[in-house]
Design a protein around this ligand. Structure first.
Ligand code: ARG
Length: 463
C-alpha cells in the first residue's frame, strides 16, 4: 500500500510523474491546522450519529490535538508520498492512533468538502489581518491629513494643474477607497460564512451527520444550502481575490503619486530613510522602493485574480481537479498583502511633506482661472461668457514674455478683456480664497475637510 487514499480498485500505485503533478502539500500544508479542526468537528458529528464509540472519539480528538501541537511546534511534516494536506494528515493520524480508529474518520466526508471548507476558513481568518493592515494605512493617511489641516497643493486632472486643493483633502481621497475595501471584505465575509462541510464529494452524506453543528463548531454562521454548490463553487474565493486585487490597485495609485512627489521635479515629499533604499553605485540616490513594489505587486494580484477566473470559467459541476489551482493565487495574494501593507503604512506615516513647495506651485498653471469664471457668474455673467473671458485672461498672461500670472494682470488689462472684470476680481485670485470658496459638501474648503477628516476617523473606528 502506497499510503494513498484509494487502492482497492487499483493494481498499481501512481507513477512518479502522476504523483509529481498531483502533489499539493508544498502549498496546502498551511491549511493543516484548519483541516485538523475540521476533523475534530467531523469526529464529533460521527460520534453524535452513532458512528464512533466514546472511546474512539476520545482517541481521535487526542490524536488530532497532539498533531496540532506538533504542527505548531514545527515538527509535523508531510511526506513526499502524500498527495495533499488531507491525505498527509490521515496518514499521520493513523500512524499515531492506528488504522482501526484512524480509518473511521473518513466516513461521510470527502476531500472535496474538506478543501472547500478549509479555503473559506483560511481566507476568513486572513481577511481580518488584511483588513487591519489596510486600516493601518488609512490611519497613516488620516494622521498626515490632520497634521496638514490647511496646506494647499496643486490639484490635478490629466496630471495637469487644475485647481488648488488642500493636501488633507487629497490624502483623504486615498483613504476613502481603502475604507471601502475594508467594507468590501466585511461584506464578503457574510457570503463566505457558510460551511461546505457535510457536502461530501458532491451529494451530501447518508450517515446522518449534522452539517449545521459542524459549521457552528468551525466558526461559520451556517451550512451551505446545496452540496453541489458547496463543493464546486469558488465565487467566494474569486470575490476575495477581487477585493485583494482592488486593495493592491488602490495602494498602487497612492504609490504612483508618492513616486512622482519624491522626484526632484515635484519635490513634494521626502521619504524617511528607514522606508526607502539607496543605490549600490550612485551614492546620492534615495529610492521609493516600497511604492514601486506596491505598484509591481498590484500587477501580480491582478494576475492572481484573472488566473483564478480563467481556471473557473469552463468548469462543469461539481468538483474538478482544476479547482486545486485556486489555492496558489489566493494564498499568494494574501501573503503579498500581508507583507506589503505594513511597509506602505510605515512609508505614509513617515513622509515629510514640503508644504512651502506645494503652496508655491498651487496657483501656477493658471489654476485660478475657474475662480475668475465663477466670480463672473456671481456678478451675473452667463457661465459660457465667463469661461471665454477667463480663458482670454490666460491668453493675455501667456502673451507676456515671460508669461505672467492671473493676479499680475493690470486693472487696464482686465478692463480691456471685459467690462465685468473690475479690480474686485482680485479677491478670488488667491489660493486660500479659491480653496475656502469650495465649501459645499465634499468640497476642499478647510471647514469641509475638517468635517470630512472627523467622518473618516469615525469610519475607521467603526470598521
Ligand atoms: N487537493 C485537492 C484540492 O485542492 C483536494 C480535493 C481533491 N479531491 C479529489 N477528488 N481529488 O482541490
Amino acid at each position: 500500500n502506497t499510503g494513498a487514499l484509494w487502492g482497492g480498485r487499483f493494481a498499481s500505485g501512481p507513477a512518479e510523474a502522476m504523483a509529481e503533478l498531483s502533489r499539493s502539500t508544498q502549498f496546502d500544508w498551511v491549511l493543516a491546522p484548519l483541516d485538523l479542526a475540521g476533523s475534530r468537528a467531523h469526529a464529533r458529528a460521527l460520534h453524535r450519529a452513532g458512528m464512533l464509540t466514546d472511546a474512539d472519539l476520545a482517541t481521535l480528538i487526542a490524536g488530532l490535538e497532539a498533531m496540532e501541537a506538533d504542527y505548531v511546534a514545527g515538527s509535523l511534516h508531510p511526506d513526499p508520498s502524500d498527495e495533499d494536506v488531507h491525505g498527509a494528515l490521515e496518514r499521520l493520524l493513523i500512524e499515531r492512533v492506528g488504522a482501526e480508529v484512524g480509518g473511521r474518520l473518513r466516513a461521510g466526508r470527502s476531500r472535496n468538502d474538506q478543501i472547500a471548507t478549509m479555503v473559506r476558513m483560511y481566507l476568513r481568518d486572513h481577511a481580518r489581518t488584511v483588513a487591519a493592515g489596510v486600516l493601518d494605512v488609512v490611519d497613516a493617511l488620516i494622521a498626515q491629513a490632520a497634521d496638514h489641516p490647511d496646506a494647499p497643493m496643486p490639484g490635478r486632472t490629466h496630471l495637469q494643474h487644475a485647481q488648488p486643493v488642500l493636501l488633507a483633502h487629497h490624502l483623504l481621497a486615498h483613504a476613502w477607497p481603502l475604507l471601502r475595501d475594508v467594507d468590501r471584505l466585511r461584506d464578503w465575509d457574510a457570503r463566505a460564512a457558510l460551511s461546505p462541510y457535510g457536502s461530501g464529494a458532491l451529494a451530501g452524506s447518508s450517515l446522518g451527520l449534522d452539517p449545521e453543528a459542524v459549521a457552528a463548531e468551525l466558526g461559520f454562521d451556517g451550512a451551505v444550502e446545496n452540496s453541489i454548490d458547496g463543493t464546486a463553487a469558488r465565487d467566494v474565493v474569486a470575490e476575495y481575490s477581487f477585493v485583494a486585487a482592488m486593495i493592491a490597485v488602490d495602494l498602487s495609485r497612492l504609490s504612483e503619486e508618492v513616486i512622482l512627489w519624491a522626484t526632484k521635479e515635484f519635490g513634494f515629499v521626502r521619504l524617511h530613510d528607514s522606508f526607502s533604499t539607496g543605490s549600490s553605485i550612485m551614492p546620492q540616490k534615495k529610492n521609493p522602493d516600497i511604492a514601486e513594489l506596491a505598484r509591481g505587486k498590484a500587477g501580480r494580484l491582478i494576475g492572481d485574480l484573472t488566473g483564478l477566473l480563467a481556471t473557473l470559467k469552463g468548469l462543469p459541476l461539481a468538483y474538478n481537479r482544476d479547482l486545486q489551482e485556486d489555492k496558489e493565487p489566493v494564498l499568494d495574494a494574501t501573503v503579498q498583502l500581508e507583507t506589503l501593507l505594513p511597509a506602505v503604512a510605515g512609508m505614509v506615516a513617515t513622509l515629510t511633506f514640503e508644504a512651502d513647495r506645494m503652496a508655491e506651485l498651487a496657483p501656477q498653471g493658471f489654476s485660478l482661472a475657474t475662480d475668475v469664471a465663477e466670480w463672473l457668474v456671481r456678478q451675473g455673467v452667463p457661465f459660457r461668457d465667463a469661461h471665454e473671458i477667463a480663458g482670454e485672461c490666460v491668453r493675455v498672461c501667456e502673451n507676456h514674455t515671460p508669461a505672467i500670472d492671473l493676479a499680475e494682470l493690470s486693472d487696464a488689462e482686465l478692463a480691456g478683456i471685459s467690462e465685468h472684470l473690475t479690480p474686485a476680481v482680485r479677491e478670488v485670485l488667491t489660493v486660500a480664497g479659491s480653496i475656502a470658496s469650495r465649501s459645499g459638501k465634499g468640497g476642499t474648503a478647510p471647514i469641509r475637510v475638517a468635517e470630512q477628516l472627523a467622518r473618516a476617523g469615525e469610519e475607521l473606528a467603526d470598521l
